[in-house]
Design a protein around this ligand. Structure first.
Ligand SMILES: N[C@@H](CCC(=O)N[C@@H](CS)C(=O)NCC(=O)O)C(=O)O
Length: 203
């Protein structure tokens, strides 16, 4: 499978992260998103007329929505699928709020930044409330005790919220959830989201 990829894209990282957690190999094709905007070159528009990244090619099949890519990667991994639909849609909403705030701050994208951040904060409060309720049932992840594609879809834009000027300090349940994701075997970093330090066993 070939992933047309930009290292700083939260949406591309979702796909790289899930593939790593599943132990699936992706061939990465780096696209110069910024400043060259290579994702909108004629060659790339022929693959994805919407002019966005990521793009995943599996043989003849071309996927242009990250949620579809997460579903495609887990078609033979049922434990990674749960009651995900509403959270996949929530993840798209996060892209338009926290994701845009980040692109505004790091790549100078146009945005009504205060309004966009306010929407992001509302969504974080909603997520915090849900994850706190989950913890009463001993569930650390969005839909249960084990991670699903819902968690991976939401994680990048939440973890990168501080890059868009939105602090995560006031959300303890979100921070525990992020810690659980960063502790999963196979977790890979992207610039801005670090792996948990390995604990040294004292002898
Ligand atoms: N619906 C897409 C949205 C992905 C998306 O927002 N990609 C951004 C990069 S993170 C993009 O390509 N934006 C086009 C641009 O800013 O020119 C998905 O989730 O796959």
């Amino acid at each position: 499978m070939i992933l047309y990829d930009y290292v700083l894209s939260a949406s591309c990282y979702k796909v790289r992260l899930l593939a790593a957690l599943l132990g699936k190999r992706l061939t990465l094709h780096a696209v110069i998103f910024h400043p060259a905007r290579e994702h909108q070159s004629p060659e790339m528009l022929a693959l994805n007329p919407a002019g966005t990244l990521p793009i995943l090619c599996d043989g003849e099949r071309v996927l242009t929505e990250s949620a579809d890519m997460l579903a495609h990667l887990t078609k033979d991994a049922p434990t990674w699928r749960g009651d995900d639909a509403a959270w996949l849609s929530f993840a798209q909403d996060l892209n338009a709020s926290l994701g845009l705030a980040r692109l505004h701050d790091i790549l100078s994208y146009d945005a009504d930044i205060e309004a966009v951040r306010r929407t992001g904060v509302k969504q974080l409060r909603q997520l915090e409330e849900h994850l706190t309720e989950q913890r009463f049932d001993n569930h650390i992840f969005l839909t249960g005790a084990t991670p699903t594609i819902a968690d991976i879809a939401c994680f990048p834009n939440v973890a990168l919220a501080p890059d868009g000027g939105v602090s995560l300090d006031v959300y303890p349940s979100i921070r525990l959830w992020m810690r659980a994701i960063r502790s999963l075997p196979g977790f890979i970093e992207m610039p801005g989201i670090h792996r948990l330090h390995e604990l040294e066993v004292s002898r």
